[in-house]
Design a protein around this ligand. Structure first.
Ligand code: FAD
Length: 435
């Protein structure tokens, strides 16, 4: 006779009042797991540091993955066949995604550089595997809600997760939140755009397209300008990038405000999806041979370009960008255009020539009020136009790596005391190498 199936038992449990937060200690805590934070975390591990990486989302990769940005910009110098201007994790991503057929290189075009289309699922898995292999302690779904300071040092951060509170204490911190959430919660001075919003974009991936009939980009741009209103579209510019051989395209045709108020932000995310639906209706209606049967496969999380950023020791200015000014403490470079999304209808686009590069100084990554925090990615200090040209993913990767090096060099001291030459030697590949 078969023995009866064992019945699992359960214990009765009640929440204890004032349950203590789980505590984690690290040498370097990276807040924000977008492309800048991933670069910072992996570089810090390479330097032998014990790293904790936290993000409020339930997936790694920030906007690069979760907003389906879909193209790497700022990886190459300008011109039709420029050289690679950023290394570190950029090398591994280009090598491994390239080997999987998950990349498509676009040369020239209005940006006068090489942009690399990528499959966001392949990028997500690359990041997850790299972070796991590095042995990094990762906390996802962990929203930073408070930072504790001892004078000029951040001592610890408090995070809320669905399974209870977590406190992370570290010697150094990277603010790679995109919105300067760490600097803000630590009471450090920040900036916000004063002359109206910088618009975000609801990106979508569409499938069921006929590649053979795809219209060229100038044609789509001209038609959008003429017909956007007929389809109820706010923005009158944008593009649909077809991914050759995969019958999918990446659509970037909406402009949506991204306010810092939580209720308003949620409402705008929903509006963004409506706008994206209209963008696809435009493509179907205007280009039936290519897009007549297109439907949306993925809506990304609303893409946020710029909200709040740190007040740094030095502010990168649009004059620095236009002049291609180099700095003794330069940590990143790019030739990407000024790309300012400051009106609902369109954007300012100021491309640069083949020999142009502009640089990001370490001074723009550090707050004059704090010794152990380095910002990286789209929340460093620049004026609005300068930031618009250095927030693409190439320089974000370089800034993340530089943040790890600056904290490694400063140890328990101050990021304001590190030697420019020592830092330069470590980040040389991202500011000088040309091959
Ligand atoms: C629509 C759009 C199109 C773009 N197109 C391109 C392009 O084609 N190519 C290109 O290279 N760049 C493009 N960019 C720019 C680029 O994608 C971003 O600037 C870059 O990805 C920013 O990376 P990041 O790591 O600085 O920030 P993010 O990717 O924004 O990552 C920040 C992370 O911090 C987390 N976080 C924030 N606050 C908290 C908190 N309080 N607690 C815990 N976690 C928190 C977030 O969840 C997020 O994962 C585009 C941007 C947008 C918006």
């Amino acid at each position: 006779m078969a023995s009866p199936t064992p019945i699992m038992t359960a214990t009765r449990t009640v929440r204890r009042d004032g349950a203590a937060a789980r505590r984690i200690d690290a040498e370097i805590c990276v807040v924000g797991a977008g492309i800048a934070g991933i670069s910072a975390a992996l570089e810090a591990v390479r330097l032998g540091r014990k790293v904790v990486l936290v993000d409020g989302l339930h997936a790694l990769g920030g906007q690069a993955v979760n907003s389906v940005i879909g193209t790497f910009c700022g990886f190459f110098s300008n011109g039709h066949s420029g050289y690679q201007t950023v290394h570190g994790i950029a090398d591994g991503i280009l090598r491994d995604l390239g080997a999987q057929g998950a990349l498509h290189y676009r040369h020239g075009g209005p940006s006068n550089t090489i942009v690399v289309q990528y499959d966001e699922v392949a990028l997500a898995r690359w990041i997850e595997r790299a972070i796991a292999a590095a042995g990094i302690t990762v906390l996802l779904g962990a929203v930073l809600r408070q930072a504790e300071r001892d004078g000029r040092r951040i001592r610890s951060i408090e995070l809320a997760t669905r399974y209870g509170d977590v406190s992370v204490a570290a010697t150094g911190f990277v603010d790679a939140t995109g919105d300067a959430a760490l600097a803000w919660n630590a009471g450090l001075a920040c900036r916000e755009a004063a002359d109206g919003p910088i618009y975000g974009t609801q990106m979508v991936v569409i499938e069921g397209i006929d590649e053979a009939h795809q219209p060229d980009r100038p044609n789509v741009a001209a038609r959008l300008k003429q017909k956007a209103k007929d389809y109820g579209l706010t923005r009158e510019s944008g593009f649909a990038f077809v991914f050759p051989g995969k019958s999918i395209a990446l659509v970037n045709m909406t402009h949506v405000e991204t306010p810092l108020d939580p209720v308003a932000m949620t409402q705008k995310s929903l509006e963004g999806k409506e706008q994206a639906d209209r963008a696809v209706a435009f493509l179907r209606g205007e280009y039936p041979a290519a897009f007549g049967r297109a439907r949306i496969r993925t809506y990304g999380a609303l893409g946020i370009r710029q909200t709040r950023w740190i007040v740094g020791r030095q502010q990168l200015t649009v004059d620095d960008v236009r002049a291609g000014r180099n700095f003794p403490d330069a940590v990143a470079r790019t030739g990407w255009p000024i790309e300012l999304h400051d009106t609902p209808q369109g954007h300012v686009w100021e491309p640069f020539g083949d020999d142009h590069l502009h640089y990001v100084p370490m001074g723009s990554l550090v707050s004059p009020e704090c010794d152990n925090m380095v910002a990286a990615g789209r929340n460093i200090d620049g004026d609005v136009a300068a930031l618009s040209s250095v927030r693409v993913m190439g320089p974000c990767i370089a800034m993340g790596a530089a943040a790890a090096h600056a904290l490694d060099l400063s140890g328990a001291g101050s990021v304001h005391q590190i030697d420019d030459a020592a830092l330069r030697a470590r980040v040389r590949d991202n500011v000088e190498r040309r091959d």
